[in-house]
Design a binder for this molecule. Structure first.
Ligand code: SF4
Length: 374
């Protein structure tokens, strides 16, 4: 059932080449986060989203400081090693300082054109919408230069519908995981979610719909798979960590990953309300450590998210050297402690992970949750 999703993620360079041949569209690399993939599709391209990769970093080391996060390091390494050679261009947002600087490196070193979409810093939603309304036409012009064709009203409406359907299917997948613990393995769940970044959207929509029908008709999984966790971090952790959770019988009930729960909590772009829907697609939904939205303090919101998910504890999985996440972590830890919710922090890296030590810490955390759980 899950094989096509795992296959889509297994060999990124091979996948890119297959996607380009099959789709006939120029492939556009989308760096994290919140650039609407439906815009790329409407402009005749095929968006391929990169959220970091598990690979040894050698070339990128010469261009980045050692305190740069592994998401940026691995994306640059892929580019310098020729693993993204099938791409026609890249799009970035100004989500964090690292990404702003990474785009500058790409602009100087890559043979491919790049686009950057600046995310407004204003805290007033009306000011943000005004600024977005000014930025949107220029972004579509730049995107047209990358893909070689312009988005039209009809292509935008159709792409927004397509990606909206995908978003709804992904929400069903999340809801199924929450309501039927143990039905979907941890690795399988995140493969089904992340494969959408490396598939043609029409194929992905079909495969996801088929998977959901089969899962919804599947017999109840054996009861008693406790404890349940809320996972938090910027990106879905490497497969080895997901495999550890699965092996130890720790069941994620929900997450707030920017390429997971945070993404599906946001609406897709609506061409009928460009600035308003883009503002909601960037700033709405589950709060993000990179975006300051008054009234959505993550430390205060977190305990509610955890309780709504029915989770007994939180696994904080910050990406190493991710500054926006690191600055918020103490407040989040204090908020969870005040709410009596146990939490464990394990820093994530794409290049190397101390799996044995992570296993020991997870086993101890599981025992703690079993003792304190319902
Ligand atoms: S992991 Fe953090 S520092 Fe790295 S690109 Fe994402 S938000 Fe920026």
């Amino acid at each position: 059932m899950f094989a096509p999703f795992h296959e889509a993620l297994a060999d990124p360079p091979g996948r890119l080449s297959l996607l380009r041949r099959r789709s006939g569209r120029p492939l556009i690399g989308v760096a994290p986060a919140y650039f609407p993939p439906e815009w790329v599709h409407a402009a005749g391209g095929l968006p391929v989203a990169f959220w970091g990769a598990a690979l040894p970093v050698a070339r990128a080391d010469a261009l980045l400081p050692p305190y740069c996060c592994p998401v940026a390091r691995s994306i640059l390494e892929m580019e310098l090693a020729g693993r993204t050679a099938e791409l026609a261009g890249w799009v970035f947002t100004s989500l964090c300082d690292t990404l702003v600087n990474l785009r500058e490196i790409f602009r100087r070193l890559s043979s491919r054109p790049t686009l950057v979409f600046p995310i407004p810093l204003a805290t007033d939603p009306f000011a943000r919408r005004r600024r977005l309304a000014e930025l949107i036409p220029a972004a579509f012009e730049d995107l047209g230069r990358l893909t070689g064709s312009a988005a039209t009203g009809a292509s935008l409406a159709s792409a927004s519908r397509l990606y909206g359907e995908i978003r709804n299917l992904q929400r069903r997948l999340y809801s199924l995981r929450r309501s039927r613990p143990g039905l979907i393995g941890v690795r399988n769940f995140y493969a089904a979610l992340r494969a959408g970044f490396f598939m043609e959207p029409e194929e992905y929509r079909g495969r996801l719909a088929d998977l959901l029908s089969r899962l919804e008709a599947a017999p109840e999984p054996p009861a008693g798979r406790r404890p349940r966790l809320f996972l938090s971090g910027m990106v879905v952790p490497p497969d080895e960590v997901l495999g550890l959770l699965e092996h130890l019988g720790l069941d994620p009930a929900d997450d707030d990953f920017a390429n997971g729960g945070r993404m599906i909590s946001r609406p897709v772009f609506d061409p009928q309300d460009p600035a308003g829907s883009l503002e909601a697609a960037i700033f709405g939904g589950t709060p993000c450590c990179c975006l300051h939205v008054p009234g959505t303090d993550r430390a205060a919101v977190f305990p509610r998210l955890v309780r709504e998910a029915g989770a007994g504890g939180v696994l904080l999985l910050p990406v190493r050297c991710c500054e926006p996440d690191a600055f918020e972590r103490p407040a989040i830890g204090a908020g969870l402690a005040a709410a009596g919710i146990p939490a464990l922090t394990m820093e994530m890296d794409c290049e190397s992970l101390p799996l044995e030590s992570l296993r020991t810490r997870l086993e101890a955390f599981r025992e703690l949750l079993e003792e304190s759980g319902p």
